[in-house]
Design a protein around this ligand. Structure first.
Ligand code: HEM
Length: 497
């Protein structure tokens, strides 16, 4: 146990600054070692910060460390743990995770959703070209764009179309601006509130006071999201009854409706399972992918030689007569290395979600008691100077030379942006596919440059996800002939706002 614990509060006061939690915990690891324990109120939390501890935890002790605690935020925002990502380890979690892996995130489903991803990237690219032609600066030939916002809108459109058949932004949106805004705001609020450790978590007897009004805010967001999800599910049921969709047009809600039907799992009813799982897919995929692309772009703009090499690869493998397609990604080895290096330096989820030990075990020579919580500091592991030379430098080349065999899928314990073990992220392929294709298309389609005298701010937000704190305004102009940007895919929506 690290020193500095206060009676009743424990180490709660250490985490009240504006510094991101992974940095505070990383500095504590430098002082107290790769496994230390803190107390938040009456709750004991073990913090793991190097690859050896991660290996021991997520192999030998994986089963014992794979449960989740029932925190106040989880109770309100995850349908009381019906969201499998926050469910305790047990039959419910196993069954729903199996359905998600086999039915929603399988290679077959990814193939069926190919046209959705392609049409979204094409539509966003075309919209950016249109913006350039109407608003470009005549002398420089560039238009100024907040590319963080552009990535966010592209990702939201891709994610919401694959999950719910909805398009929120751009000319062909299916939802009114008001509905889109309401939904995006709720998802962002939910992610923010999921990162809040309430006084009720630390000192259960004081929960009723609801200091800071967090529980009230959680209940409001949960109710608002439930309304939206119930509406979507009713709409999908109606469409299903009318037989209006082909098998290859089915989104995740359609698939969940046909797989779960009206079955219960571990006493949770079908509608709750579907709403909770769909919401889990949305919060798992939307911010993480946007954040990864934004950090990658920041790093490329700060490292112009790497950006040049990426463009050389794109031109060599794709040419300049057409836009990128998903089948090009396998050939873009350098671009894949850029993403790996971005995930190493700027993991969008720098800490795992909180685990809970469901049995006593021994980790790193310490006896850990059942009920202790666990956080793995993935950012600290990925940036360990003992394992990565020049660990703070952006050098994608390492994945083509000294570290060719290191991947991000949770088997190489020196690089764990998606976690590892039973609770490893199930959306790795889904996320990487969106990131690789969107970034390749953007870099291949547009020339980019930093506005003069505007250095790139690399400060991040505190909280569950580590996003870039400020907008990323850059100069953009097309680099292919304009006929290449004409879209080939038609949108097939029957419900427009
Ligand atoms: C760059 C993209 C992504 C990153 C870096 C990322 C990272 C992570 C991390 C670190 C965890 C926590 C592991 C743990 O608690 O030990 C996690 C869990 C999870 N992720 Fe992702 N993720 C990404 C994309 C996605 C996508 C696209 C989806 C869904 C389509 C998704 C769904 C989930 C779910 C459901 C869990 C909880 C799994 C469980 O508890 O069984 N993630 N992710």
């Amino acid at each position: 146990m690290v020193p500095g614990s206060w009676p009743i509060l424990g180490h709660l006061l250490l985490f009240h600054g504006s510094q991101p939690l992974h940095i505070t915990l990383g500095a504590m690891a430098d002082k107290y070692g790769p496994l230390f324990t803190i107390k938040l109120g009456s709750t004991k939390i073990a913090v793991l910060s190097n690859s050896e501890m991660a290996r021991e935890c997520f192999t030998k002790n994986d089963k014992a460390s794979s449960s989740r605690p029932k925190l106040v935020a989880i109770e309100h925002l995850s349908y009381n743990q019906a969201m499998f990502g926050f469910a305790s380890y047990g039959p419910y979690w196993r069954e729903v995770r199996k359905i998600v892996t086999l039915e929603l995130l399988s290679n077959r489903r990814m193939e069926l959703l190919h046209d959705v991803r392609v049409s979204e990237v094409q539509a966003s690219t075309k919209e950016l070209v249109n913006l350039w032609s109407s608003q470009k600066d005549e002398s420089s030939g560039y238009v100024l764009v907040d590319i963080k916002q552009w990535f966010a809108e592209l990702t939201f459109n891709m994610v919401f179309r694959m999950i719910a058949g909805k398009r929120f932004f751009g000319a062909m949106k299916t939802e009114s601006e008001e509905k889109a805004e309401r939904c995006v705001k709720c998802v962002k609020n939910m992610l923010r509130l999921l990162g809040v450790f309430t006084v009720g978590d630390a000192i259960p007897s004081l929960r009723w006071l609801d200091f800071g009004g967090h529980e009230k805010a959680m209940k409001e967001v949960a109710m608002e999201l439930d309304k939206i999800l119930t509406e979507w599910i009713d709409e999908h049921r109606q469409m299903m009854d009318l037989g209006e969709k082909d098998a290859n047009e089915r989104d995740f809600i359609d698939v969940m409706l046909s797989v779960i039907s009206d079955a219960k799992i571990d006493n949770v009813d079908a509608d709750t399972i579907i709403k909770a799982t769909i919401l889990n897919m949305i919060i798992g995929s939307s911010e993480t992918t946007t954040i990864s692309m934004t950090w990658a772009m920041c790093l490329l703009l700060k490292n112009p030689r790497t950006l040049e090499k990426a463009k050389e690869e794109l031109d060599k493998e794709i040419g300049k007569e057409r836009c990128a397609s998903e089948s090009d990604i396998n050939k873009l080895i350098y671009l894949q290395a850029i993403i790996k290096e971005t995930l190493r330096l700027y993991a969008p989820a720098p800490l795992t979600a909180t685990h809970e030990f469901s049995g006593n075990c021994n980790l790193g020579g310490y006896n850990i008691k059942k009920g202790t919580q666990l956080i793995a500091n993935l950012w600290k592991i990925n940036n360990d100077p003992c394992l990565w030379s020049n660990h703070l430098e952006f050098t994608p080349e390492k994945f083509l030379t000294t570290h060719t065999d290191v991947d991000v899928r949770g088997h190489h314990f020196e690089l764990l942006p998606f976690g590892s073990g039973r609770r490893v992220c199930p959306g790795i392929s889904f996320g990487l596919q969106m990131i690789h294709f969107s970034l390749a298309s953007f870099l291949h389609s547009f020339e980019v440059s930093i506005p003069p005298d505007e250095p790139i701010d690399m400060s991040g937000t505190p909280g569950l996800v580590h996003a870039k704190a400020t907008p990323l305004t850059i100069m953009v102009k097309p680099r292919l002939s304009l006929s290449c940007y004409e879209t080939r895919f038609l949108f097939n929506f029957d419900r427009k706002c």
